[in-house]
Design a protein. Structure first.
Lengths: 1044, 481
C-alpha cells in the first residue's frame, strides 16, 4: 500500500515514541488510553455508563456484557469485540463514537491490540497496589550514587541518555540547603563555619553537620509549618460573608512545635484527625484537632443550617482526600467518581466521620466561632479556670434544685399576687410612670396638641401613635440636674429605620439645647445630656445598629450623675448595650426649663412610632433593676388581665424567684459571678478552635442526591472507601478509627502522598506532579519505584520526618548544580527526570523573609497572634464588612517571620497573594508558580522591601569604607556568594549613577530613606545612603535572589 | 484543538524561537504581553468562531436589584396590596431564613410608575430612569434569569463562576484565558469597586470573585483602586523617580542576563521581560487614571459624579478608558442593592447612581465605534420577592432574596438590541416563558466571545472543566443579533 508522503513524514517525525514496547504494561500503556477515551461512558459512574459495559474493572473485560459477548478474548485481538469496535468502518459501531470528539490514534490502537494479543494482563490502578521496596536498579555510574534515591534517579537518566550535572559548588549548596530547611538564606556566619577552606565541594560529613545545625534551629519548624498551613487551609478569619476574626493561632503554633520536636508523621496525623478521641487527651492533642476547624464558615443571615453543615463536611472530606489519600474524593459529592473507584456512597461514608461533631452551622461572626473551643489559660489563671469547671455546674445544679423545691410557694403566690405588688418591685426612686395604655382619649397625666390615634397592637394594651402634631406633653416631671443621677425607661416601637426623632426628652430647642433626650438616630438609639451644645454636653449612641423598626423594644437609660459619658448606661430589652461617646464634654450643672415630652423636644425632632410605659427615676438603676423594669410591665399586665397563660406563669415564677426567694437570688448571683469570672478569664487568654465528637450519637450521614443538602437519600455509616478495604475489626467507627487506618500499612496511599509532597518542597514538583491526585486521571509518577521505596522507607522508619529530608538532601540528585544545558532543555525541560539540581522561584513568604533576614531586621520572636505588617492603604476596605480597617502593627511585629502574618481570607496579604499564595479558602497541596510584572512591582516598591534595602545598605557599611567590600558583603547576605567581576562592574556603575542623581536632590534622598518605620542612620549622608539603598533594592530584585 | 494544545504548540514555537519559558511563563506572556510577543491575532487564532465581542464591561449590581421595581412591570398587582401571596404561586419553594419564619407573605406592589420606551416597548420604571430609557432599543432585555442560590455569597459566586462553591475561575478569567491580551502594558482583566451613594446595607465583595480558580494565576483580575495606588505597588517609593527606576531596572536586567549565561534557565528571560512590562505599566497607569485630559463633554455625558474617584460614574468612565486601551474584561461591582427594607427610600439613589453612567457608556462607545464589539452586561446575583419583608406600607417595603426570576440586560458586542426575552407570572415569582438559567446566560456570553461553551475548557483534576459546569446549558440565539 502506498503511504501518502505526509503520513510518512509524520511517522518519521514522531520517531521513537511510536515504537511499541516489547511487554505491554497495563497501568503504563493501556489504562491511560481507556481513562481518556472510554471511562466517561464505561467507567465507574453508573449515571453515565452505556450498555452496562465497564472497562475500569478487570471483570468488565472478560465477562459477557449486555450484547452477549465478553469484550476481550485473551490472546486474540481479532476475535475481541473491543478491538473490532475500534477499527470498524461502520460509523454506528465505531468506538469512541464520532460525536464524542474523542478519537484513538493509530499508535493507541496498536497498543491495545498488542495488549490483547499478549493475553490482556490486567492490573489495579498503581496507587491502590500497596507499595513495596523494589530492588535498587542497576546503573552504570555506580559511584555517583550517594544513597538509594540516586540509584532510581540515575537509572532513569541513563535510560534517557542523560548524565547528571556535577555537584553544586559549596556556597550554592549551603544556600540551597539553608533555604530548604529553615526557609532563610544562610547568614555570613553560617557560611563561614561550613564553607570548606580550599574552594572544595562540601564533603558528606560537612553537609551532615550543616543539616544538623539547621534542623536544630527553631526556624526549621517555622518553615516546615508554612507548607502544612497551606495544606490545612489555616487562616485567621472565618472566610465567608463578614469574614471576621477567628482565633485559632495556637493551632498554627502547635504545627511549628510539632515539626521542631520531629513528631513522627503518624502521630502528627492521628492527633490532628482525632486528638479529642484519644484516651485522656492532653491540651496539645486537643489543639491539634484545629486542622478540622480551619475550614471556611459563614454567619450570613438567611443561610440554611443543614446546607452549611453539609458544606463544612464536604470541605473536610475534600481536604482529607487531597492531603492523605491523594484522591479527588470531592468529585464523588454529586455522583460516583467518573474515573476513580470512589462512589457517592464512599464519599458520604467519609463525610460521616466528620459530621458527628458539636460544631454549629453559624460562626456568629465572633472569634470563638461559637465553639467548640479550648481556652489556653496562663499559669496564673489556670487554677481558677480549672476550678470553675466544677464550681459553675455545681452552682447551676443548686439553682435548679431551688427552683424545683420552690414550686409550691410559687403556686401559692401566683394565686394571691396583684399587679401593684409587681410595680412595687421597681418603685424605689420612681418619680412618675405613664402607662399610655388607655386606648382612647388623651392618656392620663399628659397633654396633646392633636387627636391621639390609638394602635391596637401595643406592647401593653393599645398604644398612642406619636408623630408631629400629636406628641404627648408630660409637664414638669423629669426636671433632672445634669450633674445628678437619674434614669428614664420606656417601651418604644419606631416606624422607620431611616427615621430620627425623640422618644422621651426634656430639651430646649433654644438655650443651646439644654436638657436631656433619649432618641432614635436611624438604626441607633442615643442620648443627649446637655448644658450647652456642643461644648458643654454629652452625646452617646449605640455602637452597633440596635433599632428594629416595627418591633417593640424596651429602653432603660441610666445615669450616675458624675458628668461623664462613661456614667451613662443603656439597656435594650434588659440587656446592656454597648454605646460610644460622640461628645463627652459636660462641664456644668443645669436644669432644662422646657416641658418634658414624649415624641419631641420643646419644638422639634418628632418621633414617628409608638411609646408606652414611660418611667422616670431620680436615681441610677443597676443591671438587675434595669432588667426588672423591662420585665415588670408585661408581667403586671398579665396579672391585671387575669388568667396568665402557661408562658406568663413561668415568667412570673422566675420573677418570684428573682425578687422574693432569698436563697435563689444568692445562688443566682453566684452563678452569674462565676460565669462572669469564667468569661473574664476566657477573654484575657488565647482560645483555639478544636474538634469535639458528639457523645450521644454514632457517626452517620445521608447520601445527598446530586450533592444537594435538601435531598437526603440513604443513610450510611462512617466507612473508608470500599476500594481501600474496611476499618479493621475492633477499631472504632469514628475519626480515631479512620486516623489509625490512615497511617496503617493497610492504606497504600498516605505514605506515598506524604513523601511526594516532601519531595515537591525540595525539588519544586512531586514525583507525582498532581500531588492531590494519585487517581487514574492524575499524573503518573515519573519514578514509580522510587516513590514506593521512599514511602515504605518512611513508614518503616517510624514516619521520621527529619530523617526523610536528610535522606533527600544528602542524595547526589539533590546536590547537583542547577544548570540548564541545551541538551537538558530539549530532553528534560521541566526537570522531571532530575537531570540537574532544583531551581525555582521561591514562595512569597520566603522572599519576604529573605529580605528581612538579609537586611538584619528579621525578628526572632516566635508564636502568638497574627502580625499585621505593612500593607497598601485601604487594603481591606472594599472587602470588609466590619473589618474594613487594616490597622498596621508597629515596632517588632513589622519584622516578624511571614508565617505569623495575619491571614484574612477575603484579602490574603497582598505581597504574598501576588506570588501565588493561596487564599486559604480550601486546602492547597501545591501552589501555582507564575512569573508576572506584578511580582516585580512588589519586590521593587513594597515598603517592606524598600525599607529592607535601606537596612541592608546600613548593615554593609559595617564592612568598612571599601566600596567593593560593601558590595560583596551585601551580595553574600542576599545570594550567599560573592560577585564576579562583571557583576561588580554593573553595580559600581549603578552606584555611580545613583550617587550623581541623589547628590543634587537631597529632598528625594531623604524621602526615600523615610520609607518604613525604622529610622535611617543619621551619620551617613542622605544622598550616599539613598544611592546604596537603591543598589540593595536591585540586589533584592535579582532573579537569583528570589530563586532557590 | 483544545486550548491546552494551543499552548503546547505555542510553547513549541517559542522554544523554537529560543524564547523559552515554562508553561506558566508562557501563559503569563499570552495574557499579559499581548500580541507582539505571544500569539498573532488575539481572538482569531484560538476562538472557535469569529467573536462578536472583543471586550466586556460587566456591571455587577451587588445585593440583587428588585426586578419588579425596575424592569418587570406588574400592573395587575395594585389591587393585591397587603394581600397574601397565593400558595399556588409560592408552591412551598424554599426561602431564606430571614423570611421563612414570617407568619404571612403580604404582597408589596411596586410604588413606582412604569412607561414603555423605544420601538421595542420595554416597560421601565419611569419615575427613576431619566437617561437609560433612551437606550431601550440598544439593550437586550432578559427578564427570566434564574439561579439556585438564595444567599449572596453563593449566589454571586454562581453568577461569576458558574458554581456556588468558591474556587472556580470567574467569567473575566475565562475571557482573559480565551482571548488573551490586546495591549502591551495593562492587565487583560481589571476589577473596579464602585462606592454607592447610599451605603445602608452592603454585602461582602472579596477577591475570590476575581480569582482565576484553577486557571493559571495570570488570568486573575487585577483590582484597580480608587484610593491609594490604582494597582497595588504600582507607584515607585517616595524619592524614586522614573529615571532612577529605569536605571535600577537596567542594572537588574543586566545582572539577570549575566546569570542566565551562567545557569541557562529560560525562566530568567521571562523575568527580564516582566520587569520591562512592570516599567511600562508604571508609565501607562498614571495616564490611564488621569481624567484631566477628558473634554468637558465627557462630564456632560457621564455626569459630574464621574469626576469623583470611586463613584459608579467614575468607574464606568474608567472602564471606557480601559476598553480603549485594550483591556479585555472590566468588571465593576456596585453595592447596596440588597433592599430587605426601605425600597422606597433607597431605590432612587441606587438608580441615580447607574442611570446616567450606563446611558453615557452606551452612547460613548457608539461615538467611538466600539459599541459593536464591546459587550456590556448589567445585573445582580438574584432578584427579590414580590412579598414584603418587615413593615409594609404603600410607599415603603422591603423585599427578600428571590432566585427564581430576575432581570438583567446586555448591550453591544453582538447582543440583540431591543430584544425582550422571557416572561414571569403576574407576581414576578415564577417564569412562565423562556426561562434563562444563569448557565444559559454564561453559554451565550461565551458564544459572543467566539467560543462553543462545551469546548471552552481547561484540564483540571483530570477533567475538562468549563464555565457552564456539568449540567446542560444552551446558547440562546434570541439574545444574539
Amino acid at each position: 500500500m502506498r503511504q501518502p508522503l505526509a503520513l510518512l513524514l509524520l511517522a518519521a517525525a514522531l520517531g521513537a515514541a511510536e515504537v511499541l514496547p516489547e511487554k505491554i504494561v497495563f497501568n503504563r500503556d493501556i489504562r491511560p488510553i481507556l481513562a481518556d477515551k472510554c471511562f466517561h461512558c464505561h467507567g465507574p459512574d453508573p449515571g453515565t455508563r452505556k450498555a452496562g459495559l465497564r472497562l475500569d474493572t478487570e471483570a468488565g473485560f472478560f465477562i459477557a456484557a449486555e450484547s452477549g459477548d465478553a469484550p476481550v478474548v485473551k490472546g486474540q485481538a481479532e476475535k475481541s469485540p473491543l478491538y473490532q469496535r475500534l477499527i470498524t468502518k461502520d460509523k454506528d459501531d465505531l468506538m469512541p463514537p464520532p460525536e464524542s470528539h474523542k478519537e484513538l490514534k493509530a499508535h493507541e490502537i496498536a497498543l491495545l491490540t498488542a495488549w490483547i494479543n499478549q493475553g490482556a494482563p490486567w492490573q489495579p490502578h498503581w496507587s491502590f497496589i500497596p507499595p513495596v521496596k523494589a530492588p535498587l536498579p542497576d546503573v552504570k555510574n555506580v559511584s555517583w550514587a550517594k544513597n538509594p534515591v540516586d540509584r532510581f534517579i540515575l537509572a532513569r537518566l541513563e535510560q534517557a541518555g542523560l548524565k547528571p550535572e556535577p555537584e553544586a559548588d559549596a556556597r550554592s549548596l549551603i544556600r540551597r540547603v539553608s533555604l530548604d530547611l529553615i526557609g532563610l538564606p544562610p547568614s555570613p556566619d553560617l557560611i563561614a563555619r561550613h564553607l570548606p577552606k580550599d574552594g572544595a565541594r562540601l564533603s558528606d560529613a560537612a553537609l551532615g553537620k550543616l543539616i544538623d545545625e539547621l534542623m536544630a534551629m527553631p526556624a526549621y519548624g517555622e518553615h516546615r509549618a508554612r507548607y502544612w498551613l497551606d495544606v490545612a487551609r489555616y487562616s485567621d478569619t472565618h472566610g465567608l460573608h463578614f469574614d471576621k476574626y477567628r482565633e485559632i493561632w495556637p493551632y498554627r503554633d502547635w504545627v511549628i512545635k510539632a515539626f521542631n520536636r520531629n513528631q513522627p508523621f503518624d502521630q502528627f496525623t492521628v492527633e490532628q484527625l482525632a486528638g479529642d478521641l484519644l484516651p485522656n487527651p492532653t491540651e496539645e492533642q486537643l489543639i491539634a484537632t484545629g486542622l478540622q476547624r480551619c475550614n471556611i464558615t459563614t454567619n450570613e443571615g438567611g443561610t440554611i443550617a443543614e446546607e452549611n453543615l453539609a458544606n463544612y463536611a464536604a470541605d473536610r472530606v475534600q481536604t482529607m482526600g487531597w492531603v492523605y489519600l491523594g484522591l479527588l474524593t470531592n468529585c464523588a459529592q454529586c455522583h460516583d467518581h467518573k474515573f476513580d473507584p470512589v462512589t457517592a456512597r464512599d464519599y458520604y461514608s467519609m463525610a460521616a466521620f466528620f459530621r458527628n461533631t458539636t460544631q454549629g452551622a453559624l460562626d456568629g461572626n465572633v472569634k470563638d466561632g461559637r465553639g467548640p473551643i479550648l481556652v489556653i489559660p496562663t499559669d496564673a489563671d489556670r487554677p481558677r479556670w480549672n476550678a470553675l469547671k466544677q464550681e459553675i455546674p455545681a452552682a447551676q445544679a443548686a439553682l435548679a434544685e431551688q427552683r424545683k423545691s420552690a414550686a409550691p410557694e410559687i403556686a401559692a403566690w401566683l394565686k394571691a399576687v396583684k399587679a401593684e405588688d409587681l410595680q412595687k418591685d421597681v418603685a424605689e426612686g420612681l418619680l412618675a410612670r405613664f402607662p399610655l395604655d388607655e386606648g382612647k382619649g388623651v392618656p392620663a397625666g399628659t397633654k396633646s396638641a392633636g387627636t391621639v390615634e390609638w394602635k391596637k397592637d401595643g406592647k401593653l394594651g393599645a398604644a398612642p401613635a406619636v408623630k408631629k402634631g400629636s406628641t404627648l406633653e408630660l409637664g414638669e416631671v423629669g426636671k433632672f440636674d445634669t450633674m445628678k443621677p437619674f434614669s428614664v425607661a420606656a417601651w418604644v416601637r419606631v416606624a422607620k429605620a431611616e427615621g430620627t426623632g425623640t422618644i422621651v426628652a426634656r430639651m430646649e430647642d433654644r438655650n443651646a439645647a439644654r436638657g436631656w433626650s433619649l432618641f432614635q438616630g436611624g438604626r441607633n438609639y442615643g442620648f443627649y445630656l446637655i448644658s450647652k451644645w456642643p461644648d458643654d454636653a454629652i452625646k452617646v449612641t449605640t455602637t452597633r445598629p440596635s433599632v428594629r423598626p416595627g418591633a417593640w423594644q424596651h429602653l432603660v437609660l441610666t445615669y450616675d450623675g458624675k458628668g461623664k459619658a462613661g456614667g451613662l448606661t443603656l439597656y435594650v430589652d434588659g440587656v446592656r448595650t454597648e454605646i460610644r461617646a460622640e461628645i463627652d464634654k459636660l462641664k456644668t450643672a443645669s436644669v432644662s426649663e422646657a416641658p418634658t415630652f414624649v415624641g419631641q423636644r420643646s419644638q422639634s425632632e418628632f418621633l414617628e412610632g409608638e411609646v408606652q410605659d414611660v418611667r422616670l427615676y431620680d436615681r441610677s438603676l443597676d443591671a438587675r433593676h434595669a432588667g426588672l423594669v423591662f420585665k415588670v410591665g408585661p408581667l403586671a399586665r398579665a396579672v391585671a388581665m387575669g388568667k396568665p397563660n402557661a408562658q406568663q406563669q413561668a415568667a412570673l415564677g422566675e420573677h418570684y424567684l428573682a425578687t422574693r426567694h432569698q436563697g435563689f437570688r444568692k445562688t443566682g448571683d453566684a452563678v452569674a459571678r462565676l460565669t462572669s469570672e469564667q468569661e473574664t478569664i476566657k477573654n484575657r487568654n488565647p482560645i483555639t478552635h478544636i474538634q469535639e465528637e458528639k457523645k450521644d450519637s454514632e457517626p452517620f450521614a445521608h447520601i445527598l442526591i446530586r450533592g444537594a443538602y435538601d435531598k437526603p437519600g440513604e443513610k450510611v455509616a462512617a466507612a473508608i472507601p470500599a476500594v481501600l478495604g474496611k476499618l479493621p475489626e475492633g477499631e472504632p467507627r469514628n475519626r480515631l478509627g479512620l486516623a489509625r487506618w490512615i497511617v496503617s500499612p493497610a492504606n497504600p496511599l498516605t505514605a506515598r502522598v506524604t513523601v511526594n509532597r516532601m519531595w515537591q518542597e525540595l525539588f519544586g514538583q512531586g514525583i507525582v506532579k498532581t500531588s492531590e491526585d494519585f487517581g487514574i486521571m492524575g499524573a503518573p509518577p515519573t519514578h514509580p519505584e522510587l516513590l514506593d521505596w521512599l514511602a515504605v522507607d518512611f513508614r518503616e522508619n517510624g514516619w521520621d520526618v527529619k530523617r526523610l529530608y536528610r535522606l533527600l538532601i544528602t542524595s547526589a540528585a539533590y546536590r547537583q548544580a542547577a544548570v540548564m544545558t541545551p541538551e537538558k532543555l530539549a530532553k528534560d525541560r521541566d526537570n522531571s527526570l532530575v537531570s540537574r539540581g532544583p531551581r525555582f522561584r521561591m514562595d512569597g513568604e520566603m522572599i519576604r523573609d529573605l529580605a528581612l533576614a538579609a537586611s538584619g531586621s528579621l525578628s526572632p520572636r516566635m508564636y502568638g497572634a497574627g502580625t499585621l505588617p505593612y500593607q497598601p492603604e485601604n487594603i481591606w476596605e472594599v472587602v470588609g464588612m466590619g473589618t474594613e480597617k487594616y490597622v498596621q502593627d508597629k515596632g517588632e511585629n513589622l519584622y516578624r517571620r511571614t508565617v505569623y502574618n495575619f491571614w484574612k481570607r477575603m484579602a490574603a496579604p497582598a505581597n504574598l497573594d501576588i506570588f501565588n499564595a493561596p487564599s486559604r479558602e480550601m486546602s492547597c497541596v501545591r501552589r501555582d508558580r507564575t512569573n508576572t510584572p506584578l511580582q516585580a512591582l512588589v519586590a521593587m516598591n513594597d515598603p517592606q522591601f524598600v525599607e529592607a534595602a535601606r537596612n541592608l545598605a546600613q548593615r554593609v557599611f559595617m564592612a568598612g569604607p571599601n566600596e567593593d567590600a560593601r558590595l560583596q558583603a551585601a551580595a553574600e547576605r542576599v545570594l550567599g556568594r560573592t560577585l564576579r567581576d562583571d557583576e561588580l562592574k554593573v553595580l559600581r556603575g549603578s552606584l555611580k549613577d545613583l550617587r550623581t542623581h541623589y547628590a543634587g536632590r537631597q529632598a528625594e534622598a531623604e524621602a526615600l530613606l523615610k520609607v518604613g518605620e525604622s529610622k535611617p542612620q543619621a551619620e551617613v549622608p542622605a544622598a550616599e545612603l539613598a544611592a546604596w539603598t537603591m543598589v540593595c533594592n536591585q540586589l533584592l530584585n535579582l532573579d537569583e535572589t528570589i530563586t532557590k | 484543538m483544545s486550548l491546552l494544545h494551543e499552548w503546547q504548540s505555542l510553547e513549541t514555537r517559542r522554544r523554537f524561537l529560543g524564547r523559552g519559558a515554562n508553561a506558566l511563563g508562557a501563559a503569563a506572556l499570552t495574557s499579559l504581553l499581548g500580541p507582539t510577543i505571544a500569539h498573532a491575532a488575539p481572538g482569531t487564532a484560538a476562538t472557535h468562531f469569529k467573536p462578536r465581542a472583543k471586550r466586556v464591561i460587566y456591571l455587577h449590581m451587588v445585593g440583587g436589584p428588585s426586578q419588579m421595581d425596575l424592569f418587570d412591570y406588574k400592573p395587575g398587582l395594585k389591587d393585591w396590596y397587603d394581600k397574601d401571596l397565593p400558595d399556588s404561586i409560592r408552591k412551598g419553594q424554599r426561602l431564606t431564613t430571614m423570611t421563612s419564619g414570617q407568619a404571612r407573605f403580604p404582597i408589596a406592589p411596586s410604588k413606582f410608575n412604569f412607561k414603555q420606551f423605544g420601538q421595542c416597548g420595554m416597560w421601565m420604571n419611569s419615575d427613576l430612569f431619566q437617561h437609560l430609557n433612551k437606550n431601550a432599543d440598544d439593550i437586550c432585555w432578559m427578564r427570566s434569569l434564574n439561579t439556585e442560590a438564595i444567599n449572596h455569597e453563593p449566589a454571586i459566586c454562581a453568577m461569576q463562576t458558574g458554581n456556588q462553591v468558591t474556587g472556580r475561575p470567574c467569567l473575566g478569567s475565562w475571557a482573559s484565558y480565551g482571548l488573551g491580551s490586546e495591549n502591551d502594558n495593562l492587565p487583560a482583566f481589571v476589577v473596579l469597586i464602585a462606592t454607592p451613594t447610599n451605603r445602608e446595607q452592603e454585602q461582602a465583595i472579596s477577591s475570590r470573585l476575581w480569582s482565576s480558580g484553577y486557571l493559571p494565576g495570570v488570568h486573575a483580575g487585577v483590582s484597580f483602586r480608587s484610593k491609594g495606588d490604582p494597582i497595588l505597588f504600582i507607584n515607585n517609593p517616595a524619592g524614586v523617580s522614573e529615571d532612577v527606576r529605569r536605571k535600577a531596572i537596567d542594572g537588574i536586567n543586566e545582572l539577570n542576563r549575566m546569570n542566565y549565561r551562567q545557569v541557562g534557565d529560560p525562566e530568567i528571560h521571562t523575568r527580564i521581560q516582566q520587569y520591562e512590562m512592570a516599567f511600562r505599566m508604571q508609565a501607562s497607569v498614571p495616564e490611564l487614571t488621569d481624567l484631566t485630559k477628558e473634554p468637558e463633554s465627557t462630564f456632560t455625558l457621564y455626569g459630574e459624579e464621574a469626576r469623583k474617584p470611586g463613584t459608579f460614574a467614575n468607574s464606568v468612565l474608567m472602564a471606557r478608558r480601559l476598553a480603549e486601551r485594550g483591556v479585555r474584561f472590566t468588571q465593576i461591582y456596585l453595592n447596596n442593592w440588597d433592599h430587605h427594607a426601605n425600597v422606597g427610600g433607597r431605590m432612587p439613589s441606587q438608580v441615580k447612581d447607574v442611570d446616567q453612567p450606563c446611558h453615557a457608556l452606551i452612547e460613548d462607545l457608539k461615538r467611538r465605534g466600539m459599541f459593536e464589539d464591546t459587550l456590556i452586561i448589567w445585573g445582580g446575583e438574584f432578584g427579590r420577592t414580590i412579598y414584603s419583608q418587615g413593615g409594609l406600607s404603600k410607599e415603603n417595603y422591603g423585599r427578600d432574596h428571590h432566585p427564581r426570576c430576575f432581570t438583567m440586560w446586555m448591550a453591544g458586542g453582538g447582543a440583540k438590541g431591543g430584544a425582550i426575552y422571557g416572561e414571569t407570572d403576574d407576581f414576578s415569582y415564577n417564569i412562565v416563558k423562556d426561562p434563562l438559567h444563569i448557565s444559559d446566560f454564561h453559554a451565550t456570553v461565551v458564544h459572543l466571545l467566539g467560543y462553543n461553551h462545551e469546548r471552552f475548557t481547561f484540564k483540571h483534576q483530570g477533567l475538562d472543566q468549563k464555565l457552564t459546569g456539568v449540567l446542560p446549558a444552551k446558547v440562546v440565539k434570541a439574545l444574539v443579533s
